[in-house]
Design a protein around this ligand. Structure first.
Ligand code: PLP
Length: 282
Protein backbone atom coordinates (compact mmCIF):
# COMPACT_ATOMS: atom_id res chain seq x y z
CA UNK A 1 0.00 0.00 0.00
CA UNK A 2 0.95 3.67 -0.32
CA UNK A 3 1.55 5.65 2.86
CA UNK A 4 2.39 9.27 3.57
CA UNK A 5 5.45 10.18 5.62
CA UNK A 6 6.77 13.71 6.21
CA UNK A 7 5.59 15.25 2.96
CA UNK A 8 6.03 12.26 0.63
CA UNK A 9 3.70 9.52 -0.63
CA UNK A 10 5.66 6.26 -0.82
CA UNK A 11 5.35 2.47 -0.69
CA UNK A 12 4.77 1.27 2.89
CA UNK A 13 8.00 -0.79 2.69
CA UNK A 14 9.99 2.37 1.91
CA UNK A 15 8.66 4.35 4.87
CA UNK A 16 11.24 4.53 7.68
CA UNK A 17 11.05 6.28 11.05
CA UNK A 18 13.97 6.77 13.47
CA UNK A 19 14.30 4.41 16.42
CA UNK A 20 14.66 7.62 18.45
CA UNK A 21 11.27 8.88 17.33
CA UNK A 22 9.41 9.94 20.46
CA UNK A 23 6.26 8.24 19.18
CA UNK A 24 8.13 4.93 19.28
CA UNK A 25 10.00 5.52 22.56
CA UNK A 26 7.36 7.33 24.62
CA UNK A 27 4.04 7.30 22.73
CA UNK A 28 4.62 11.07 22.53
CA UNK A 29 2.09 11.25 19.69
CA UNK A 30 -1.57 11.63 18.79
CA UNK A 31 -3.75 10.14 16.05
CA UNK A 32 -7.07 10.07 14.26
CA UNK A 33 -8.95 7.40 12.35
CA UNK A 34 -11.35 8.68 9.68
CA UNK A 35 -13.58 6.45 7.55
CA UNK A 36 -13.73 7.68 3.95
CA UNK A 37 -16.74 6.31 2.05
CA UNK A 38 -17.13 7.06 -1.67
CA UNK A 39 -14.55 9.85 -1.43
CA UNK A 40 -16.24 11.49 1.56
CA UNK A 41 -14.98 11.49 5.13
CA UNK A 42 -17.62 10.51 7.71
CA UNK A 43 -17.88 13.47 10.11
CA UNK A 44 -14.62 14.75 8.58
CA UNK A 45 -14.79 18.20 10.17
CA UNK A 46 -15.44 16.75 13.64
CA UNK A 47 -12.49 14.37 13.27
CA UNK A 48 -10.18 17.17 12.11
CA UNK A 49 -11.30 19.45 14.93
CA UNK A 50 -10.59 16.69 17.46
CA UNK A 51 -7.18 16.09 15.88
CA UNK A 52 -6.39 19.80 16.12
CA UNK A 53 -7.44 19.70 19.79
CA UNK A 54 -5.21 16.67 20.49
CA UNK A 55 -2.20 18.31 18.79
CA UNK A 56 -2.84 21.56 20.61
CA UNK A 57 -3.19 19.79 23.97
CA UNK A 58 0.31 18.31 23.66
CA UNK A 59 1.84 21.41 22.09
CA UNK A 60 2.59 20.20 18.56
CA UNK A 61 2.09 22.58 15.61
CA UNK A 62 1.78 21.27 12.05
CA UNK A 63 0.73 23.25 8.98
CA UNK A 64 -1.28 20.80 6.93
CA UNK A 65 -4.49 20.45 4.94
CA UNK A 66 -5.53 17.22 6.63
CA UNK A 67 -8.67 16.75 4.59
CA UNK A 68 -6.71 16.94 1.34
CA UNK A 69 -4.12 14.52 2.73
CA UNK A 70 -6.84 11.99 3.62
CA UNK A 71 -8.51 12.18 0.22
CA UNK A 72 -5.20 12.05 -1.69
CA UNK A 73 -4.06 9.04 0.30
CA UNK A 74 -7.29 7.20 -0.49
CA UNK A 75 -6.79 8.01 -4.20
CA UNK A 76 -3.20 6.70 -4.04
CA UNK A 77 -4.63 3.47 -2.65
CA UNK A 78 -7.22 2.90 -5.37
CA UNK A 79 -10.13 4.88 -3.94
CA UNK A 80 -13.20 3.06 -2.66
CA UNK A 81 -13.97 2.83 1.03
CA UNK A 82 -10.98 3.25 3.32
CA UNK A 83 -10.23 4.00 6.96
CA UNK A 84 -7.53 6.68 7.03
CA UNK A 85 -5.13 6.71 9.98
CA UNK A 86 -3.12 9.86 10.67
CA UNK A 87 -0.50 10.09 13.37
CA UNK A 88 1.73 12.96 14.40
CA UNK A 89 4.52 12.30 16.85
CA UNK A 90 6.73 14.95 18.40
CA UNK A 91 9.66 13.68 16.31
CA UNK A 92 13.23 12.66 16.99
CA UNK A 93 16.40 14.45 18.08
CA UNK A 94 18.62 11.41 17.58
CA UNK A 95 18.82 10.29 21.21
CA UNK A 96 16.60 9.10 24.01
CA UNK A 97 15.71 11.92 26.34
CA UNK A 98 12.54 12.87 28.18
CA UNK A 99 13.14 16.51 27.27
CA UNK A 100 13.14 18.01 23.79
CA UNK A 101 14.18 21.28 22.21
CA UNK A 102 12.01 23.91 20.54
CA UNK A 103 13.63 22.95 17.20
CA UNK A 104 12.21 19.41 17.11
CA UNK A 105 10.29 18.57 13.90
CA UNK A 106 7.15 16.44 14.17
CA UNK A 107 6.87 13.12 12.33
CA UNK A 108 3.71 13.10 10.20
CA UNK A 109 2.47 9.71 9.08
CA UNK A 110 -0.72 8.52 7.39
CA UNK A 111 -1.89 5.21 5.97
CA UNK A 112 -5.21 3.67 5.04
CA UNK A 113 -6.93 0.31 5.01
CA UNK A 114 -9.95 -0.83 3.01
CA UNK A 115 -13.21 -1.11 4.93
CA UNK A 116 -16.25 -3.11 3.82
CA UNK A 117 -18.52 -1.54 1.22
CA UNK A 118 -21.48 0.20 2.82
CA UNK A 119 -24.64 -1.83 2.66
CA UNK A 120 -27.99 -0.65 3.78
CA UNK A 121 -28.51 -3.37 6.35
CA UNK A 122 -32.09 -3.65 7.59
CA UNK A 123 -31.95 -3.02 11.32
CA UNK A 124 -33.82 -6.30 11.94
CA UNK A 125 -30.74 -8.13 10.63
CA UNK A 126 -28.24 -6.57 13.04
CA UNK A 127 -27.19 -8.91 15.81
CA UNK A 128 -26.51 -7.48 19.23
CA UNK A 129 -23.05 -7.90 20.76
CA UNK A 130 -21.66 -8.79 24.16
CA UNK A 131 -19.47 -6.53 26.30
CA UNK A 132 -17.51 -7.16 29.47
CA UNK A 133 -16.76 -4.74 32.31
CA UNK A 134 -13.23 -3.98 33.43
CA UNK A 135 -11.45 -1.44 35.62
CA UNK A 136 -10.39 1.73 33.78
CA UNK A 137 -6.64 2.02 34.40
CA UNK A 138 -6.04 4.83 31.85
CA UNK A 139 -4.55 8.27 32.61
CA UNK A 140 -6.42 11.48 33.43
CA UNK A 141 -6.52 12.95 29.89
CA UNK A 142 -8.51 10.45 27.88
CA UNK A 143 -9.93 13.38 25.87
CA UNK A 144 -6.55 13.51 24.06
CA UNK A 145 -6.43 10.86 21.33
CA UNK A 146 -2.97 9.65 22.23
CA UNK A 147 -1.28 6.56 20.76
CA UNK A 148 -0.55 5.48 24.35
CA UNK A 149 -3.11 2.68 24.05
CA UNK A 150 -1.73 -0.06 26.31
CA UNK A 151 -4.68 0.03 28.75
CA UNK A 152 -7.10 -0.01 25.79
CA UNK A 153 -5.25 -2.93 24.22
CA UNK A 154 -5.31 -4.96 27.46
CA UNK A 155 -9.03 -4.25 27.87
CA UNK A 156 -9.69 -5.23 24.27
CA UNK A 157 -7.75 -8.48 24.66
CA UNK A 158 -9.79 -9.29 27.76
CA UNK A 159 -12.94 -8.71 25.72
CA UNK A 160 -11.70 -10.86 22.88
CA UNK A 161 -10.89 -13.75 25.21
CA UNK A 162 -14.42 -13.47 26.64
CA UNK A 163 -15.96 -13.54 23.15
CA UNK A 164 -17.08 -9.92 23.56
CA UNK A 165 -17.10 -7.02 21.10
CA UNK A 166 -15.41 -4.66 23.55
CA UNK A 167 -14.76 -3.97 27.22
CA UNK A 168 -16.54 -1.13 29.04
CA UNK A 169 -14.24 0.79 31.36
CA UNK A 170 -15.33 1.42 34.95
CA UNK A 171 -13.85 4.15 37.13
CA UNK A 172 -15.12 4.93 40.63
CA UNK A 173 -18.31 2.94 40.04
CA UNK A 174 -19.11 4.79 36.79
CA UNK A 175 -19.10 3.18 33.36
CA UNK A 176 -17.30 5.67 31.11
CA UNK A 177 -16.88 4.25 27.61
CA UNK A 178 -15.44 1.25 25.76
CA UNK A 179 -11.80 0.70 24.85
CA UNK A 180 -12.52 2.18 21.40
CA UNK A 181 -16.11 3.40 21.53
CA UNK A 182 -18.56 5.52 23.51
CA UNK A 183 -21.44 4.20 25.60
CA UNK A 184 -25.16 4.94 25.46
CA UNK A 185 -27.95 3.39 27.52
CA UNK A 186 -31.71 3.81 27.52
CA UNK A 187 -32.96 4.21 31.08
CA UNK A 188 -36.61 4.92 31.91
CA UNK A 189 -37.16 5.77 28.26
CA UNK A 190 -34.36 8.34 28.15
CA UNK A 191 -31.16 8.03 26.09
CA UNK A 192 -28.21 8.57 28.42
CA UNK A 193 -24.49 8.93 27.64
CA UNK A 194 -21.70 10.03 30.00
CA UNK A 195 -20.87 13.76 29.78
CA UNK A 196 -17.74 15.04 28.03
CA UNK A 197 -14.83 15.17 30.48
CA UNK A 198 -11.10 14.43 30.58
CA UNK A 199 -12.11 10.81 31.42
CA UNK A 200 -13.56 9.99 27.99
CA UNK A 201 -12.75 10.60 24.35
CA UNK A 202 -15.46 12.79 22.83
CA UNK A 203 -16.53 10.55 19.95
CA UNK A 204 -17.57 12.07 16.63
CA UNK A 205 -20.29 9.41 16.45
CA UNK A 206 -21.39 10.23 20.00
CA UNK A 207 -21.87 13.90 19.00
CA UNK A 208 -23.70 12.94 15.83
CA UNK A 209 -26.07 10.59 17.67
CA UNK A 210 -26.87 13.26 20.26
CA UNK A 211 -27.58 15.75 17.49
CA UNK A 212 -29.79 13.31 15.56
CA UNK A 213 -31.70 12.32 18.71
CA UNK A 214 -32.34 15.94 19.65
CA UNK A 215 -33.50 16.78 16.11
CA UNK A 216 -35.92 13.85 16.30
CA UNK A 217 -37.16 15.06 19.71
CA UNK A 218 -36.02 11.87 21.43
CA UNK A 219 -35.27 12.45 25.14
CA UNK A 220 -31.49 12.54 25.73
CA UNK A 221 -29.27 13.34 28.67
CA UNK A 222 -25.49 13.61 29.16
CA UNK A 223 -25.22 12.13 32.64
CA UNK A 224 -22.92 9.71 34.47
CA UNK A 225 -23.88 6.02 34.27
CA UNK A 226 -23.33 3.78 37.28
CA UNK A 227 -22.69 0.05 37.00
CA UNK A 228 -26.11 -0.56 38.59
CA UNK A 229 -27.79 1.67 35.98
CA UNK A 230 -26.02 -0.18 33.19
CA UNK A 231 -27.35 -3.49 34.50
CA UNK A 232 -30.90 -2.17 34.82
CA UNK A 233 -30.91 -0.35 31.44
CA UNK A 234 -33.60 -1.12 28.87
CA UNK A 235 -30.99 -0.81 26.11
CA UNK A 236 -27.22 -0.49 25.82
CA UNK A 237 -25.40 0.73 22.68
CA UNK A 238 -21.82 1.33 21.59
CA UNK A 239 -20.85 4.09 19.16
CA UNK A 240 -17.75 4.65 17.04
CA UNK A 241 -16.84 5.76 13.53
CA UNK A 242 -16.00 2.23 12.45
CA UNK A 243 -19.02 0.58 14.10
CA UNK A 244 -21.73 3.21 13.88
CA UNK A 245 -24.28 2.55 16.60
CA UNK A 246 -24.22 -1.05 17.75
CA UNK A 247 -26.72 -2.71 20.12
CA UNK A 248 -25.36 -4.56 23.16
CA UNK A 249 -27.47 -7.52 24.28
CA UNK A 250 -25.22 -8.98 26.98
CA UNK A 251 -23.10 -7.40 29.74
CA UNK A 252 -20.72 -10.01 31.10
CA UNK A 253 -23.07 -13.00 31.32
CA UNK A 254 -26.24 -10.99 31.97
CA UNK A 255 -28.69 -10.22 29.14
CA UNK A 256 -29.67 -6.58 28.58
CA UNK A 257 -33.46 -6.46 29.18
CA UNK A 258 -34.91 -9.29 27.02
CA UNK A 259 -31.57 -9.89 25.23
CA UNK A 260 -32.66 -8.36 21.90
CA UNK A 261 -31.70 -5.04 20.25
CA UNK A 262 -34.28 -2.50 21.42
CA UNK A 263 -36.71 -0.17 19.62
CA UNK A 264 -34.91 3.06 20.57
CA UNK A 265 -31.70 1.65 19.08
CA UNK A 266 -33.59 0.69 15.88
CA UNK A 267 -34.85 4.24 15.52
CA UNK A 268 -31.40 5.70 16.24
CA UNK A 269 -29.72 3.29 13.80
CA UNK A 270 -32.20 4.27 11.08
CA UNK A 271 -31.50 7.98 11.68
CA UNK A 272 -27.76 7.29 11.59
CA UNK A 273 -28.02 5.30 8.35
CA UNK A 274 -30.13 8.03 6.78
CA UNK A 275 -27.67 10.72 7.79
CA UNK A 276 -24.44 8.98 6.84
CA UNK A 277 -25.73 6.87 3.96
CA UNK A 278 -23.85 4.09 5.67
CA UNK A 279 -24.60 1.24 7.96
CA UNK A 280 -24.24 -0.32 11.34
CA UNK A 281 -21.90 -3.32 11.23
CA UNK A 282 -23.21 -6.67 12.45
N1 PLP B 1 -13.66 6.31 22.84
C1 PLP B 1 -12.43 5.83 22.57
C2 PLP B 1 -11.51 5.50 23.70
C3 PLP B 1 -12.04 5.64 21.23
O1 PLP B 1 -10.81 5.19 20.94
C4 PLP B 1 -12.96 5.96 20.19
C5 PLP B 1 -12.65 5.80 18.76
O2 PLP B 1 -11.70 5.37 18.30
C6 PLP B 1 -14.22 6.43 20.52
C7 PLP B 1 -14.53 6.60 21.86
C8 PLP B 1 -15.24 6.75 19.46
O3 PLP B 1 -14.90 7.89 18.71
P1 PLP B 1 -15.47 8.11 17.24
O4 PLP B 1 -16.97 8.03 17.34
O5 PLP B 1 -15.02 9.47 16.84
O6 PLP B 1 -14.92 7.03 16.37
Amino acid sequence: STVYLNGVFMAAEEAKVSVFDRGFLFADSVYELIPVVDGQGLEMQAHLQRFANSLNAIGITVEMDWQQLCLQLVEHNGGGHQAVYIQVSRGSEGRRSMTYSAAIQPTVFACCQPIPAPLARPVEQVNGVKVVLTEDVRWGRCDIKSTMLLPNILARQLAQRAGAEDALLVKGGLVLEGSSCNLFIVLNGEIVTPPLSPHILGGTTRSLLLQLARQAAMPVSETDISVAELYSAEEVWLSSSSRGVLPVVKVDEQPVANGQPGPVWAKMAALYQQHTGTYTQP
